[in-house]
Design a protein around this ligand. Structure first.
Ligand SMILES: C[S@@+](CC[C@H](N)C(=O)[O-])C[C@H]1O[C@@H](n2cnc3c(N)ncnc32)[C@H](O)[C@@H]1O
Length: 183
């Protein structure tokens, strides 16, 4: 399947997770406004790099890990083994229950999706977000066109910017991190 990662990609991601997990992935999970009871979606979870830190902030909540790749999702199950409050979804265009999540986040995912697919994916994600729910993303800053398309689609679908910052992430470089709220 064309979306499956190579062995090298998986190996390098494991290295980044092992040696820079806190500075790269936990730094994003830390910025999610979580109190511990929320229902959260990690869209494009990969091997569970961010999910590993997010689930620890959800002692009474629930995390859904979604990915298009079977191989990444299997790897994610291994990363998160032992946690009971997680379910795993293998799909490309999310078919999710309306207004079922308090927080949805994407970490280095949206820039990989074509603009025409983003036009389907972003509204589907927003539909699955509860009123006052949070949509968060972190994407590479040099993907200017894609970032503009993402911002446009979020605002067109009635999300409002809560805060935004540029951050320099070890290994990955400059990225834009934004939090939007659904009115
Ligand atoms: C660069 S990786 C990032 C993985 C993880 N979020 C992280 O930061 O380590 C991008 C991930 O998005 C997934 N992905 C790409 N397009 C997708 C789509 N349309 N639906 C779901 N997942 C997708 C890929 O399979 C991959 O796991």
């Amino acid at each position: 399947m064309e979306y499956e990662p190579s062995g090298l990609e998986i190996f390098l991601t494991h290295l980044a997770f092992k040696f820079c997990g806190k500075s790269v992935y936990n730094s994003f999970a830390d910025r999610l406004p979580l109190k511990g009871r929320e229902r959260v979606l990690d869209f494009g979870c990969g091997m569970g790099t961010v999910a590993y830190y997010t689930v620890q902030k959800l002692p009474y909540g629930h995390l859904t890990c979604l990915d298009i790749s079977r191989r990444w999702l299997n790897s994610c199950r291994k990363t998160l083994r032992g946690y009971k409050n997680i379910n795993y979804l293998l799909c490309e265009f999310p078919e999710l229950e309306d207004e079922s999540f308090d927080v949805i986040y994407c970490h280095f995912v949206l820039h990989d999706i074509s603009e025409s697919d983003l036009e389907k994916v972003i509204p589907a994600l927003i539909k699955a977000l509860k009123a006052k729910g949070i949509f968060a993303f972190r994407e590479p800053l040099n993907e200017t066109c894609k970032l503009n398309a993402i911002k446009h689609l979020l605002e067109k679908n009635r999300l409002f910017l809560k805060n935004s910052r540029i951050t320099d992430i070890p290994i990955m470089g400059n990225a834009l991190e934004s939090l939007y709220i659904k009115e």
